[in-house]
Design a protein around this ligand. Structure first.
Ligand SMILES: N[C@@H](CCC[C@H](N)C(=O)O)C(=O)O
Length: 287
């Protein structure tokens, strides 16, 4: 099968985007992995399939797959911004405000005059069971979403929450690390990702708080390894920092691939994420 694709990136988190708005696309997990493969395919952290939506008031549906596993996932913040740029640049919609549904959510996206995209990421889910996180036998730490979790022989205070997909955030101050570049992402990342308390695995965030409005973040993503940025991970880290009383309601998140701005007033309010989204190249591949 020959397939046209668009390669995009949002803060260095990269995507292969496929257009299924005119006709359905039948791609299996093996073909997904081939598209995601950086040597035998195009190469991407995630693959996005754009479809029309049948739901009244919703413009599109977009599906997200991790490139390394070919598994479908619930949410992708950087992907959402690239999706918005994609449908607008291709003339699939004329409006600057777009409503899209994912497998478990509806999102509202807004293209800004400066080229960035703002996504209403909905409210964070803090109930452990809904992350999902198995908290049996554990007592929460000072904040309801923070749990003492045994990882590689040490107890880590992990903030556990869902942004539609599962996240565990480690404030590096808790392990005496003051520079995210020296965080033990390669060792703790895979151990947290596959920890038995997360039945659907988890994205592991490593947070350095610079000041109340500025953090640095690395994320070891579920089924993707460390990426240059993770949009849902940035939202999860800021929510965790705000709930811990360590961050203001608006925070600049410095990732290895670029800057994301996250705002959350707290409570039942939505998290807003603003950041870049760009097309890198287009092409055709035989699968
Ligand atoms: N890069 C993403 C998240 C992609 C999905 C994640 N790996 C998962 O399995 O949940 C983002 O920008 O949010």
């Amino acid at each position: 099968m020959r397939l046209r694709f668009t390669k995009m990136q949002g803060a260095g988190n990269d995507f292969v985007v496929l257009d299924a708005t005119a006709a359905p696309l039948a791609i299996d997990a093996r073909q997904m992995r081939q598209l995601g493969d950086r040597r035998f395919g195009v190469g991407a952290d995630q693959l996005l399939i754009v479809e029309r939506s049948a739901t009244p008031g919703v413009d599109f549906r977009y599906r997200i797959f991790n490139g390394a596993s070919g598994e479908e996932v619930e949410h992708c913040g950087n992907g959402a911004r690239c999706f918005a740029r994609y449908v607008r640049d291709r003339g699939l919609i004329e409006r600057d405000t777009i409503v899209v549904e994912t497998v478990n959510n509806q999102l509202v996206l807004k293209l800004q005059a400066d080229g960035r995209v703002t996504v209403d990421m909905n409210r964070p889910v803090l109930e452990a069971a809904r992350v999902p996180f198995d908290a049996s036998g554990l007592r929460p730490l000072a904040f309801a979403q923070q749990w003492p979790v045994e990882v590689l022989g040490r107890t880590l205070p992990l903030a556990v929450l869902s942004m539609g997909n599962p996240h565990a955030v480690l404030d590096l101050a808790a392990i005496g690390c003051d520079d995210v570049d020296r965080a033990p992402v390669e060792t703790l990342g895979p151990a947290i990702e596959a920890h038995a308390r997360f039945p659907r695995k988890v994205n592991a965030g490593f947070l350095q708080i610079v000041d109340r409005g500025h953090v640095r973040l690395r994320v070891f993503e579920r089924d993707a390894g460390e990426t240059l940025a993770c949009g849902t991970g940035a939202c999860a880290a800021v929510v965790a920092g705000i709930l811990a009383g360590r961050l203001d309601p608006q925070v600049d998140v410095e990732t290895r691939g670029g800057l994301l701005t996250i705002a959350w007033p707290g409570g039942e309010a939505s998290v807003a994420m603003t950041g870049p989204a760009e097309t890198v190249f287009e092409g055709e591949i035989t699968l």
